[in-house]
Design a protein around this ligand. Sequence first.
Ligand SMILES: [Zn+2]
Length: 77
Amino acid sequence: MSVNSFLKERATLNIIENVASFCSECYSPLTENQIVFYDMKHCCYLCFSCQESVENELKKHSKSLDENNTTYSRLFS
Ligand SMILES: [Zn+2]
């Protein structure tokens, strides 16, 4: 499956100083203990609201794929 998966975690000082100091979508600075999401597909950190919008986009996308698949199978059944 090629679905994005996000790892929910709390931003530690180690993450902020060594991995990511801001959200890779909206570039808002991450603060210690903030809830962040690690995007395992793109290997970057997203803030809460960006993770939500990315996930909604993915859901929309996979929904339209499902619809296409249904149409496709209907044509050939
Ligand atoms: Zn963000």
